[in-house]
Write a protein that binds this ligand. Structure first.
Ligand SMILES: *Cc1c(COP(=O)(O)O)cnc(C)c1O
Length: 407
C-alpha cells in the first residue's frame, strides 16, 4: 500500500492569494467598468534589461550551431557567471566569497526549501513572523513542526517582527539550531544594520546554529551603511548560507536564475558532535538532483554585470523605488504609520484595524488591490502590504483614489 507524507495534511491551504483573487473577481463582475490597480503582487512588471536580451539572443544562436552548441553544463553553474558574481556581488563589497562557493540555481524559493534536506528532522527552527510563506511551509512538509493551532505551527520558534522592535526580531530566548532571516524584508520592507546582523552571527557561533540569509532584495538598498550580504559581517562564513535571486533585481521572475552561497568554512554537526562542512553536502545534493540553469539564461544573467547591464538594472530599480517614494509620501500625508519602501519595494502599513476589512475597503471604494498582512503571519494582523511593482502612472492613480476615498 502506498502511503502519503502526512505532514502535507498539516499545511494550511494558501488562503491568502486565492482569497484575494476571489474578492477581486467578485468586485470586477459587480463593477465591470471599473479599472482595478494591483499593488498587491510580489512580481515585477517591467521588461528585462536590454543587455540581458542581447546576451540571451546571442547564446540561443550559439545553441543553434554544432560548433558552438552546449549540452549538459556544470550543475553548479558556468564559471563565467560564478566568477562575475564573486567579483561584483561580494569581493567588490569586501566580502570574502570565491566563485567555487556559489551555486547557480533556478530560484531562491527552491533553494531555501531544498537546503533543509541537509539537516536532521529534530532541529529547532526559528522563523520570523510576518514571513515569506515558503520558509514555513517547507518546514511543515519536512515534518519539522507539529499541527497548526491558534494561528501557528507547534514546535517552531517564531521571531516576532513588530513596531516595538522596528521589525528586526530579537534573539530567541531559547536555543535554536536553524534561523531564517530576510533583509531587506518581504513583507515589511524593513532592513537590518551591520551591528544587528553581527549579533545574530555571534548568537549562531555561540549556539553552533546556522543562519539562512535571504538577500533577494539587496539590490533595492539605497542607504550606504546597510549590509547587502551577511558575508560583510566578520565570522559569518562559519555560520551562514546566503540566497540571492535575479527575480526582483533584474526582472527574472519569468526567466529563472538565482544562486546560493555556501562558504567552505560553514559547518553543521554530526551525531558525535563533529563539525562537518556543508559545502560538499550541498554540492552533492545539487549535482544529484539538479541539472543546472540553461546556458542562455546564465549568459543573460552574466550580462547584468556588464557596464550596460549595471546601468539598466540601476534604472529599473530606481523606477520601482520612485513608486515606493510616492506611496510613502502619500501614505504619510494621509496620516498612516508605515515602515519600508526606503530600501525595499514593499511598504508595510498600519491599517488602524483589521487587515481584511482594510483590503475590502480599498478594493470596493478605490478599486486598488493590496495584500492583507494577516496572510503573512499572526504579527501581520492589522497591517497591509503595498508593492511598488507597477507603473508610476498606475501608482499615481491609485494614490489619488485613496485620497478621494479617505476624504
Ligand atoms: C521573490 C522572493 C524570492 C525570489 O525567489 P525566486 O525563486 O528566485 O524567484 C526569494 N525570497 C523572497 C523573500 C522573495 O520575496
Amino acid at each position: 500500500m502506498i502511503t502519503i507524507n502526512e505532514n502535507y495534511l498539516k499545511l494550511q491551504a494558501s488562503y491568502l492569494f486565492s482569497n484575494i483573487a476571489k474578492r477581486v473577481t467578485a468586485f470586477q463582475e459587480a463593477n465591470p467598468e471599473k479599472e482595478i490597480i494591483r499593488l498587491g503582487i510580489g512580481d515585477v512588471t517591467r521588461a528585462l534589461p536590454a543587455a540581458c536580451i542581447t546576451a540571451f539572443h546571442k547564446a540561443i544562436d550559439e545553441m543553434g550551431a554544432d560548433t558552438s552548441f552546449r549540452g549538459y553544463g556544470p550543475e553548479q553553474g558556468y564559471d563565467f557567471l560564478r566568477e562575475a558574481i564573486a567579483r561584483n556581488d561580494f569581493q567588490a563589497r569586501g566580502a570574502e566569497i570565491n566563485a567555487d562557493e556559489i551555486f547557480i540555481s533556478d530560484g531562491a524559493k527552491c533553494d531555501t526549501g531544498n537546503i533543509q534536506e541537509l539537516f536532521t528532522q529534530d532541529i529547532k527552527v526559528a522563523i520570523p513572523d510576518p514571513v515569506y510563506p515558503v520558509y514555513l511551509d517547507t518546514n511543515v512538509m519536512a515534518g519539522r513542526t507539529g499541527n497548526f493551532s491558534d494561528g501557528r505551527y507547534q514546535g517552531l520558534v517564531y521571531l516576532d517582527s513588530t513596531k516595538a522592535n522596528n521589525y528586526v526580531p530579537a534573539l530567541p530566548t531559547e536555543d535554536v539550531d536553524l534561523i531564517y532571516l530576510c533583509f531587506p524584508n518581504n513583507p515589511t520592507g524593513s532592513t537590518i544594520t551591520k551591528e544587528e546582523l553581527s549579533q545574530w552571527v555571534q548568537y549562531a557561533k555561540e549556539k553552533k546554529a546556522l543562519i539562512l540569509f535571504d538577500a533577494a532584495y539587496e539590490a533595492f538598498i539605497r542607504d550606504e551603511s546597510l549590509p547587502h550580504s551577511i558575508f560583510e559581517i566578520d565570522g559569518a562564513r562559519e555560520v551562514a548560507i546566503e540566497f540571492r535571486s535575479y527575480s526582483k533585481s533584474a526582472g527574472f521572475t519569468g526567466t529563472r536564475c538565482a544562486y546560493t552561497v555556501v562558504p567552505k568554512e560553514c559547518m553543521a554537526f554530526d551525531s558525535k558532535g563533529n563539525a562537518q562542512p556543508l559545502h560538499p553536502l550541498w554540492n552533492r545534493r545539487h549535482c544529484t538532483k539538479f541539472n543546472g540553469v540553461s546556458y542562455p539564461v546564465q549568459r543573460a544573467a552574466e550580462a547584468i554585470y556588464s557596464a550596460d547591464g549595471q546601468a539598466q538594472t540601476k534604472e529599473l530599480i530606481a523606477s520601482y523605488m520612485r513608486n515606493a517614494d510616492l506611496i510613502r509620501q502619500e501614505m504619510a500625508g494621509l496620516g498612516y504609520d508605515f515602515v519600508g519602501g526606503k530600501n525595499a519595494p514593499y511598504i508595510w502599513i498600519d491599517a488602524k484595524g483589521d487587515s481584511w476589512e482594510f483590503f475590502d475597503m480599498l478594493l470596493n471604494k478605490a478599486g486598488v488591490v493590496c495584500t492583507p498582512g494577516a496572510g503573512f503571519g499572526k504579527c501581520g494582523e492589522g497591517y497591509i502590504r503595498l508593492s511598488a511593482f507597477n507603473s508610476y502612472a498606475n501608482v499615481e492613480k491609485a494614490m489619488a483614489r485613496l485620497r478621494e476615498m479617505l476624504k
